[in-house]
Design a protein around this ligand. Structure first.
Ligand code: NAD
Ligand code: GDD
Length: 338
């Protein structure tokens, strides 16, 4: 398909009021697409450049039927989502599974009825089995290692079920599906406070809030490992996948694995602030996780452009600005948030 024809495609971004969806909408608009967003809420940090922004609940089948009308391609990023403090406590399991699976059931059925051509689904590294992620220095997250399935969270089980749902719609109804497994994406305009923030944003916030020499609380022994991908790289790869003949599931992540204590040290270095690391009990998740990019390199010729340090520099200074304006907002009322 020529680029000219392709630009005639009307795009729906489900969850375009969120972090990755918000960045994706900006990218699609800069490429010249007509874009509709559906989200429970407006974008928190900037005005969306979408042509249409529908505030609506995608667990409602009628809303799904309405938002897919006239649409050629969908990016489905809407989910009940959060970092370790949200998905590993167990307190939100039912609501996470119910909301996210209902969105996926509704949007797929609406897509089938409306003859949507192509749909992207954002799955997660959380689908990988816990038994392959016990050694922090040697986790296994290649795509084929997903089975026998044993995710360590209900969030991961829902993502794995929904991957299968998308693949079933592909097999039985010919819907062109693209599935990516995101590995901890971070960057500006991501959630940084409130309980759903992931480690990079949470630690940037803590470093920004603390004074030199104070203690910084880090959950667990800090030896658990992860890799983190800067959001611009994520959006690049999503766009390449969507325009390719490849369906996935495929990892979209970084292979730059780091321990969480070293992540904290890297952020302190960026902030030029010495703090004492205080490892405390908290929700931990798997001991080690790292993206395996063998398949994404081979199938899409993609690799990240940003190092972890480069992405964190951008993110830290954005969060520092948020912390300063948030503090200013509360200063007048003499009620500073914890
Ligand atoms: P996010 O929470 O910022 O964005 C998700 C958006 O979905 C939010 O704006 C939310 O309001 C919206 N939403 C939730 N329920 C909805 C509903 N019923 N109807 C309409 N909108 C609804 O999260 P994100 O980090 O941008 O993640 C986007 C997608 O990528 C999610 O599916 C997430 O599970 C997946 N993912 C993200 C990461 C990551 O590190 N950020 C990692 C793995 C997978
Ligand atoms: N969130 C957070 N906040 N995590 C912390 C903190 C803190 O203050 N201190 C230490 N950590 C540790 C957590 O205990 C965990 O071991 C590690 O940092 C990473 O935590 P998160 O970034 O919150 O989540 P995750 O990597 O375990 O899972 C995230 O990534 C998945 C994809 O790779 C989640 O966002 C999942 O929803 C996502 O699918």
């Amino acid at each position: 398909m020529s680029k000219e024809n392709d630009l005639n495609n009307k795009i729906l971004v489900c969850g375009g009021g969120g972090f990755i969806g918000g960045h994706l909408v900006k990218r699609l608009k800069s490429e010249g697409y007509w874009v509709r967003v559906c989200d429970l809420k407006e974008h928190e940090f900037s005005k969306s450049p979408a042509d249409e922004f529908i505030v609506g609940d995608l667990t409602d089948r009628l809303i799904c039927n309405r938002v897919v009308d006239g649409i050629d391609q969908i990016y489905q990023l809407a989910a009940d989502m959060g970092g370790a403090g949200y998905i590993f406590t167990g307190d939100h399991d039912a609501v996470v599974m119910h909301n996210s699976v209902t969105i996926n059931l509704n949007i797929l059925e609406a897509s089938r009825l409306a003859n949507v051509k192509k749909i992207f689904y954002s799955s997660s590294a959380c689908i990988y089995p816990e038994y392959n992620q016990m050694d922090p220095n040697n986790p296994k997250c290649s795509e084929e290692s997903a089975y026998p399935a044993a995710p360590d969270s209900e969030y991961g089980w829902e993502k794995l079920f929904s991957e299968r749902l998308y693949l079933a719609y592909h097999r039985n109804y010919g819907l062109d599906v693209k599935i990516a497994r995101f590995h901890n994406i971070f960057g500006e305009e991501g959630t940084w406070i409130g309980g759903r923030e992931k480690a990079p944003a949470a630690i940037c916030r803590k470093v920004a809030e603390l004074k030199y020499g104070e203690k910084i609380d880090i959950w667990g022994d800090g030896k658990q490992t992860r890799s983190f991908l800067y959001v611009d790289d994520c959006v690049d790869c999503v766009r390449i996948l969507m325009d390719s003949d490849f369906s996935g599931p495929v990892n979209i992540g970084s292979e730059e694995m780091i321990s969480i204590n070293n992540l904290a040290l890297m952020i302190m270095n960026i902030a030029e602030k010495d703090l004492e690391i205080n490892n405390i009990p908290g929700p931990i998740g798997v001991r080690g996780r790292n993206s395996d990019n063998t398949l994404v390199n081979a199938a899409l010729h993609w690799k990240p452009k940003y190092s972890l340090m480069e992405g964190l520099e951008k993110t830290y200074f954005w969060i520092l600005d948020q912390v300063i304006s948030y503090t200013d907002q509360y200063r007048d009322k003499s009620v500073l948030p914890n």
